[in-house]
Design a protein around this ligand. Sequence first.
Ligand code: KG4
Ligand code: ZN
Length: 340
Amino acid sequence: MATQNIYILAIESSCDDTAASVMLNGKILSNVVAGQKIHEAYGGVVPELASRAHQQNIVPVVHQALQKANVDQSQLSAIAFTRGPGLMGSLLVGTSFAKSMAYGLNIPLIDVNHMQAHILAHFIDEEGFSKPPFPFLGMTISGGHTQIVKVKSHFEMEVIGETIDDAVGEAFDKSGKILGLGYPAGPEIDKRAKLGNPKAFKFTKPKVDGLNFSFSGLKTAILYFIQKETKANPNFIEENLNDICASIQYTIIGILIDKLKLATKETGITHIAIGGGVSANTGIRQALKDGEEKFGWTTYVPKFEFTTDNAAMIAIVGYLKFLEGDFAQQNVTASSRLKI
Ligand code: KG4
Ligand code: ZN
């Protein structure tokens, strides 16, 4: 029996990365991401600049994704795109592009929820990576998101905890800014934390009931701490930078692990799949591994290129929806606050 080859072109433009990917039957053929350096000068993403950069990047990025995959647009079965959540101006670029391309090629259009995609990235066929069994807990941690989601099936998800203010990546980046580090500061804090003492300085963890998170208080506590210490010793930061980074990271990991412990206790689910840029953090990865021994967890961390914002994760959702015949109409609109 001849099996059908399903080629999905996926487009992601929800924040500051313009990305396109081509997938064949659940396997990634290409995964192209154009980052936007312009935001570094501002210490955070500037929505207006992001939207303009997407306009410049989208055509070459899509072209490159098709070329790298060695796929002609006439072979495509459907086009998937990020409908939300994200920055409205950025989402509009990807949405409009996907709609017109699908219309021009007369193939189905598939709308994708970016937060579902971070979790479903675990279902990309990739050698050496296993897929979590249902039900599992998905924890998405990045510069824009901090969420714990109960995943009953590919498309039955329930958010059981999320941040009430800053995302965990922002906690890293804003702390880094206070310390004079570049943006984004997460990778540098991670690097320095390896050389420092995590118990050198103590920061109190926020008290938030249930499975929700709060990180803005931590940032303020760090700011006051640094102001006080540098008043007494102007060289305090440079003399203690590794210890400060290690202590900040230790506090953040503690917050995440405490909530995961509570989530596993409340749901009885011990399979935990993480995603988002912050899942690159070595300390978090180690803490999850330790959790396997200490608490009987089974943890899943996807390939790094599928965990930061990318279009491969949009492609896998596109593929799964294609199999279900779940298509969008041409009048679909971008939705900046789209919920899971
Ligand atoms: O997923 P991502 O690339 O973009 C979104 O925010 O959606 O995540 C970027 C975030 C930044 O806040 C960055 O500081 C953080 O991920 N990050 C890290 C590490 N690598 C990236 N945070 C801690 N440790 C890391 N190794
Ligand atoms: Zn994201």
